[in-house]
Design a protein around this ligand. Structure first.
Ligand code: UFG
Length: 343
């Protein structure tokens, strides 16, 4: 079975993807600088899969050691590139850190792919490239216009997509799959791996579960005066394990020579938009926990509503995100309970 290099493989989406890859029989080598993840994630992966992935504590910006890694693992056939800084707010404070980390890492990998004859790369992009699509483009498919990014983080995703397009255009040997994620949530059903936010979470679900566990006093709902049925923002929340499976499909498609274009782009979402208040109500129902929340003003830079048209991924990748949201929210809660030693 092929070996896959997973950058950022101890992170949230990365770790779930490593599990799926290994369950399908792939050999995996993870590189991660552990800047936003924990080495113990490897134990969780090993418990779930029964095998431990190879791991190197390595920063993708470290070109000489990255070069040596490819030499040590000459059987790497594809790369899944997750490693990146990902906090929107932090990117506004530290734009150069974001441009250096996120763009430099990709450039190093693409250069070394040519040197070491690695032909396939999957890139983690985001629905953030669409900004707020107009009504005619909802649900949003892959042909919707790209809009000017609202943050340096979002801009790095757009620039990286362009770097991939330009590189593939100039080098017929490199094939890429760009995956535009909507909002990943939940944790592995074993509760052995999940999301480990650093400090105060920015994203909705970790904030919900931390509030439910008593770590935070109450959740703030950012705005109920949007032009949506209940006034709160709408997103396409996708189960992280479903998302992980799409990466395996993308790798399989490239390795088996089925990709029809040198760069293929897929939206990864459920096709269903849910409001913040719907998520809260469903979480309360499935967890049975009384969750304190209050409505506050809008959060700057928030998109009002966006959800995916996942038809292309469904039909071309043969993949569908179909885990019921109740089950997904319960998985997030079970993970939080395990982390906090509840029950
Ligand atoms: N929200 C709250 N309270 C919170 C946190 C979030 O009400 O404490 C709301 C937000 O206002 C938003 C929704 O929950 O309406 C989802 O917010 P998230 O921060 O979880 O997700 P976003 O859709 O804002 O951001 C995500 C990723 C970004 C990415 C963006 C693309 O976190 O990396 O999608 O749209 F850029």
């Amino acid at each position: 079975m092929a070996r896959i290099l997973v950058t950022g493989g101890t992170g949230y989406i990365g770790s779930h993807t490593v599990v799926c890859l290994m369950e399908q029989g792939y050999d995996v080598v993870i590189i991660d600088n552990l800047s936003n993840s924990n080495i113990e994630v490897l134990d969780g992966i090993e418990k779930i899969v029964g095998r431990r992935p190879d791991f190197e504590n390595l920063d993708c910006l470290d070109y000489p050691n990255l070069d040596r890694l490819f030499t040590r693992y000459p059987d790497i056939e594809a790369i899944i590139h997750f490693a990146a800084s990902k906090a929107v707010g932090e990117s506004v404070e530290k734009p150069l850190m974001y441009y250096r980390n996120n763009i430099g890492s990709l450039v190093n990998l693409l250069e070394l792919m040519s040197v070491h004859n690695v032909k396939h790369i999957v890139f983690s992009s985001s629905c953030t490239v669409y900004g707020q699509p107009d009504a005619a483009h909802l649900p949003v498919n892959e042909t919707a216009p790209i809009q000017k990014a609202l943050s340096p983080y979002g801009n790095t995703k757009q620039i990286n997509e362009e770097i991939i397009q330009d590189t593939c255009h100039s080098n017929a040997n490199i094939h890429a799959t760009i995956l535009r994620y909507f909002n990943p949530i939940g944790a592995h059903s074993s509760a052995l791996i999940g999301e480990l936010p650093n400090g105060v979470p920015n994203n909705l679900l970790p904030f919900v579960t931390q509030t439910a566990s008593g770590l935070r006093e109450k959740l703030r709902v950012f705005g109920d005066d949007y032009n949506t049925p209940d006034g709160s923002c709408i997103r396409d929340y996708i189960y992280v394990v479903d998302l992980a499976k799409a990466h395996v499909k993308a790798v399989e498609r490239m390795l088996s020579g089925k990709a029809e274009e040198q760069v293929e782009i897929f939206n990864l979402g459920t096709g269903r938009g849910l409001s913040v208040l719907e998520i809260l109500r469903t979480f309360i129902k499935v967890s049975g926990v009384h969750l304190k929340y209050e409505i506050v003003g809008r959060r700057e830079g928030d998109i009002e509503q966006v959800w995916a048209d996942p038809k292309r991924a469904n039909e071309v990748l043969g993949w569908k995100a179909d885990t019921p949201v109740e089950e997904v929210l319960l998985s997030a809660w079970n993970w939080e309970k395990r982390l906090r030693g509840i029950e």
